[in-house]
Write a protein that binds this ligand. Structure first.
Ligand code: ASP
Length: 328
């Protein structure tokens, strides 16, 4: 009886171990839904890009990619969450150039963009536009310059907090104009744009992702684009550079990350999924409508992102320090 029990127990253990072994072999990454963390509010530009690519990424991975909005502090709360997540590929992060500006903007940062992450690749480049509420008095950029100087105490400028590109763009604009306006922080430019359309704030520098239809329909005033060249989606809108702010050049690059220590095989699968999404015809069409550029394949790589991030940290640090901007 005793012998039979131990034989059975031994057999059971053998079966269990071979079952676990084959289950592991049959269940490589990903064997459950993957979370894609967006550092700004739902309905904003980063969220829109994430939701667009989440579907084809999910198809490539064979699992659902769930978008999660972890908002606040210009994207740094989400970056901290991802830096501390398990290095298993189930918490993927999409963030823009705020990853490069945060080290100069924040006195204390809970993560290091250069040491706490693995890099998947660059994603897209998005131009910005300086917008005003529809009934804001200045009708063009020259009038805007005069108006903000005469009314600097009452003009409000919305942004998505320190580390957001709307804040960076506003900061550069104010420093070039030599005025300090009252800034109104939101948890993303999605809600900021809603308030601009509702007339609750005067100005907002936002990405083209969701603003092009409002610009075309005249629901906002548009004072200029932030890139050195005019945009094909908005050919009649002059650049800030051509209207006097020489060298004004802000294009919002985006990258995809996971936490440090994620295995190379998992990184390769996420990179493959990202590239599948960037080659998806529906994604291409939708992004082109908003003048969003998909990066070339050489940039949608770990090295492409890492090198770019490093050069952007070096580029923006001195600019931000010169503008005297910081956050707590
Ligand atoms: N990209 C941010 C958003 O999705 C806002 C920003 O960076 O200005 O809301």
């Amino acid at each position: 009886m005793k012998l039979r029990t131990s034989i059975l127990a031994g057999l059971g253990a053998l079966l269990a171990s071979s079952f676990i072994g084959s289950a592991l072999a049959a269940d490589p990454y990903p064997n459950k839904p993957v979370t894609l963390v967006v550092p700004f509010a739902a309905g904003g530009p980063t969220d829109a890009v994430a939701r667009l690519i989440a579907i084809p990424m999910g198809k490539s991975l064979g699992q659902t990619v769930i978008v999660e909005n972890t908002v606040g502090a210009g994207g740094t709360i989400a970056a901290t969450r991802v830096a501390r997540s398990a290095p298993d590929g189930y918490t993927v992060f999409i963030h823009h150039m705020g990853m490069a500006t945060a080290p100069a903007l924040y006195k204390k940062l809970q993560f290091d963009p250069m040491t706490d992450f693995e890099y998947i690749g660059q994603v897209v480049d998005v131009p910005m536009v300086l917008l005003g509420r529809k009934n804001f008095p200045p009708n063009n950029f020259k009038e805007l310059e005069v108006y903000i100087k005469a009314n600097k105490d009452k003009v409000t400028l919305a942004n998505a907090g320190p580390g957001a590109v709307s804040q960076l763009c506003g900061l550069l604009f104010m420093s070039r104009e030599g005025v300090e306006l009252t800034t109104v922080p939101y948890k993303g430019t999605g809600p900021a744009l809603t308030d601009l359309l509702g007339g609750q704030v005067d100005l907002l520098c936002d990405q083209t992702t969701q603003t092009v239809p409002y610009i075309r329909d005249g629901l906002v005033k548009t004072y200029g684009v932030t890139t050195p060249k005019r945009l094909s989606a908005l050919p009649n809108i002059p650049t800030l550079d051509e209207q006097g702010l020489k060298g004004f050049d802000v294009k919002v690059w985006h990258g995809m990350y996971v936490s440090k220590g994620t295995p190379p095989a998992v990184l390769a699968k996420i990179n493959k999924a990202l590239n599948a999404a960037l080659n998806d015809p529906e994604v291409k069409t939708r992004l082109a409508e908003s003048n969003i550029e998909i990066v070339p394949p050489s940039k949608a790589t770990p090295a492409g992102l890492k090198n770019h991030l490093e050069s952007e940290i070096n580029k923006w640090g001195p600019v931000i320090r010169k503008a005297g901007a910081y956050a707590d």
